[in-house]
Design a protein around this ligand. Structure first.
Ligand code: ADP
Ligand code: ADP
Length: 226
């Protein structure tokens, strides 16, 4: 089954800039997939469209066979998004930020608290559960966004530059964590502009440049051509 299927996806921003020039992309269920490309290539635009934060100009997107145009509510339930920017309320506590997510997905309150405990413990944030988010370090904020994204137990986790601004040691533990949940069955797509990050984590890779997919292969094959 395909976790994500993109066909002929175009994006022209207001003002006329064409950020995506009709891309095709398939991600299989269970993949650990990297979308690699330089700044400005179109990575955030792509995942913005998939997670319905950005309107597309043309093309089609399905997530586990749910069509973005026709089955948006179901499609959204399949996806957990970890955006690049810290977009939570810095004055809320760690627990509040994670549990509040439940409302958007119809997760019952009690279950939300149980899951929040589970994911905050797994991500090493349980001790911080009653602290306001603004007191956390950058790496902790990043992990908080992962816990929040997992609350409705999505089948596809999408992370935009997940280790930007995270130090080496934390980066490793975050990578280990992502590998662990991928083995448990969650499909993962991450964007990065570091080949090194993609290389150490991802089995499949697509390279995007100036709004076009210029390579789409397994990591093994890509490394063999370098
Ligand atoms: P990446 O995530 O690979 O760095 P983006 O998808 O953020 O790339 O951006 C792709 C291109 O689209 C860039 O040239 C960027 O400047 C442009 N762009 C992004 N957002 C907007 C916007 N809201 N309006 C106009 N142009 C935009
Ligand atoms: P630490 O205590 O781990 O150094 P900081 O809060 O100083 O944490 O931030 C670490 C990194 O996170 C920085 O390199 C910065 O670029 C990034 N960062 C901090 N705040 C934001 C934000 N609001 N949005 C995106 N990145 C941020």
């Amino acid at each position: 089954m395909k976790a994500l299927s993109i066909k002929g996806l175009r994006k022209v921003y207001k003002g006329g800039f064409e950020a995506l020039k009709g891309i095709d992309l398939d991600v299989e269920e269970g993949d650990f997939f990297a979308l690699l490309g330089p700044n400005g290539a179109g990575k955030s635009t792509t995942i913005g469209i998939v997670s319905s934060l950005v309107n597309k100009t043309a093309g089609s997107v399905t997530v586990f066979d749910y069509d973005l145009d026709k089955q948006l509510v179901e499609l959204k339930k399949q996806i957990g998004l970890v955006p690049q920017e810290f977009n939570f309320n810095q004055f809320e506590t760690v627990t509040q930020i994670v549990v509040n997510q439940a409302g958007y997905y119809g997760v019952p309150r009690k279950l939300a608290h149980e899951r929040a405990e589970k994911y905050l413990k797994q991500l090493g944030l349980w001790d911080k559960r009653n602290e306001r988010a603004r007191s956390l370090s950058g790496g902790m904020k990043r992990r908080l966004m992962i816990a929040r994204a997992l609350l409705h137990e999505p089948r596809l986790l999408i992370l935009d530059e997940p280790t930007a601004g995270v130090d080496i040691e934390l980066r490793r533990s975050m990578w280990d964590y992502l590998e662990k949940i991928n083995k448990q069955g969650i499909t993962i797509i991450l964007t990065t502009h570091y080949l090194e990050e993609a290389e150490s984590l991802c089995r499949k890779i697509a390279i995007i440049d100036s709004g076009e997919i210029i390579e789409n292969t397994s990591m093994k094959r890509l490394l063999a051509t370098l």
